[in-house]
Ligand binder design. Structure first.
Ligand SMILES: [Zn+2]
Length: 337
């Protein structure tokens, strides 16, 4: 028995807590590694999802395809929302990130073959991801028959045999993105943001919904910036989460992360849809996004009809950062207006 086993043989609660924290820290460290700041499959920036058994970080769109492969091929976890076991984190670290995983899974991409980019449609993306992980077409030929090697993700050997049994469940292939409305996001202000330069930061906010990304202006040297900027996004039918990131603008190196938050659009959109034409109603509350331990809300956030418009004010505490709060106002804009 080695020292490590002895040490963790009878963990007390404090130790478990410590292990959990260091686990998240290790995951975070891996995520900020340069090659992991872009999706392993389509190169979209800031992937927030991972396949724990394959060992890659991927974007929300590619994550959807990974999920459709089944967890026996790709075990999908959210970097920010899911609880990770030590085994999952160890597996990710063992692979060593997107570059080293791709050096295995993409080592034999045929000449002239183009990987899908961040703007690829679902069909192109799904086709590539299936070829890459399910059929393992681009794997070094010798790896396909060799049994599991220690430094390779387990799915490489396992996936090959599973492929023979798996049915092609590609019910999403050919899906066309349809928009159900638009979202106006007013980024109002930040408070007590984190310091990333010597004494201050140059913050800006990036919002992501599906494949769309919009951002505010950079406010120089200000930890309590006031933007009051309105950003527009089209909302697809499968709208998912609105992801918010605050960055410190840096002219000479990669911009530093100053926190993030996931915004649940379900309360706003569901209640807006339920009420239809808001101009038919007086001012009233029609929905609510509740504060909980696993979201970024500072207080419950209500959805209201205000002067014939559906609006929601949101105050969030930025996540994965030492400090910082942000105020936003959402407005739902139906298609016919
Ligand atoms: Zn991607």
């Amino acid at each position: 028995m080695n020292n490590k086993q002895l040490q963790f043989g009878r963990p007390v609660s404090g130790l478990i807590c410590l292990r959990f924290l260091t686990g998240r820290r290790r995951l975070k460290d891996l995520l900020i590694q340069k090659d992991n700041r872009f999706c392993a499959d389509c190169n979209a920036p800031d992937p927030k999802w991972a396949s724990a058994n394959i060992g890659v970080f991927v974007c929300l769109k590619c994550c959807g395809v990974h999920r459709s492969l089944g967890s026996h091929i790709s075990k999908v976890l959210s970097v920010t929302l899911d609880e990770w076991s030590s085994d999952d984190i160890d597996a990710m670290i063992e692979v060593g990130g997107n570059s080293s995983a791709n050096s295995i899974y993409e080592s034999y991409i045929p000449e002239g073959y183009t990987k899908p980019g961040p703007d690829a449609n679902h069909e192109q993306r799904a086709k590539f991801i299936r070829l890459k992980y399910e059929r393992q077409e681009f794997l070094k030929p010798s790896l396909r028959i060799v049994s599991k090697k220690d430094n390779l993700p387990s799915s490489i050997s396992k996936g090959t045999t599973d492929t023979l049994r798996s049915t092609s469940g590609s019910q999403h292939a050919g899906e066309i993105v349809q928009f159900i409305g638009r979202l106006k996001v007013k980024v109002i202000k930040g408070t007590d943001l984190a310091i990333r330069d010597m004494l201050t930061s140059d913050p800006y906010v990036i919002l992501k919904l599906g494949q769309q990304t919009v951002q505010t202006n950079v406010i120089k040297s200000n930890l309590n910036p006031v933007w009051n900027e309105e950003l527009m996004l089209s909302v697809p039918q499968q709208f998912g989460i609105l992801n918010l990131n605050v960055f410190d603008y840096d002219m000479f190196s990669a911009d530093d992360i100053m926190g993030e938050a996931d915004i649940d659009l379900q309360p706003l959109i569901t209640s807006a849809m339920a009420y239809g034409d808001p101009s038919m109603f007086d001012n009233m509350q029609i929905g609510k996004w509740l504060k909980s331990h696993d979201n970024a809300l500072i207080d419950d956030s209500t959805v209201n009809i205000v002067d014939g418009k559906v609006k929601q004010e949101i105050s969030i505490k930025l996540q994965n950062v030492e400090s910082g709060e942000l105020e936003l106002a959402l407005e739902w804009i139906p298609l016919e207006s």
